[in-house]
Write a protein that binds this ligand. Sequence first.
Ligand code: ATP
Ligand code: MG
Length: 171
Amino acid sequence: MERGYIHVYTGNGKGKTTAALGMSLRCICAGKQVFFGQFIKDWSYSELKAGEFLPDFEIVQFGRGCFISRDPTEEDRRAACEGLIRCSQALQSGEYDLVVLDEVNVALYYDLFGVADVIDILERRDPRTEVVLTGRYAPQEIIDVADLVTEMREIKHYFNEGVEARAGIEC
Ligand code: ATP
Ligand code: MG
């Protein structure tokens, strides 16, 4: 039986969510099934339409308004915890070859749920399922349980010149 590994894409440079989407596309083209959960996010990112083109790609958002400029509310916490349950079901079902928890590290940073909850669902997953965890600020406990960790490091980013997220490129 093939074993699925745990990937972490973290750091302050561009490419974490993009890498997870790229691997999802590769996986689908190999005839596999992908579940892509997005924590924090609730904007209409272009990738939300991917399911229309790719029937083996399921993408769901668990964000309730961006709270980066405010403290998280109970509603943010509840939505994130429900999202974690959805991801846990996808991980345990054995129906998906790849499960992505996009921005889960940011959800942990804002204490929407605990790191022990995430480690618990990783340990209880179907052992054949590959997992990707993305987001800045990956905590040491997550790095410790991962098999592959990549840090995207910003050397330059046009965001610092005032270029906001653009459709198809960042969102
Ligand atoms: P992408 O989705 O483009 O792969 P990412 O997942 O690596 O990026 P996030 O930390 O999720 O990066 O943040 C993405 C958003 O933050 C973008 O909308 C971008 O405009 C903004 N941003 C600001 N600074 C950076 C940076 N140094 N790297 C990436 N995104 C940045
Ligand atoms: Mg991202």
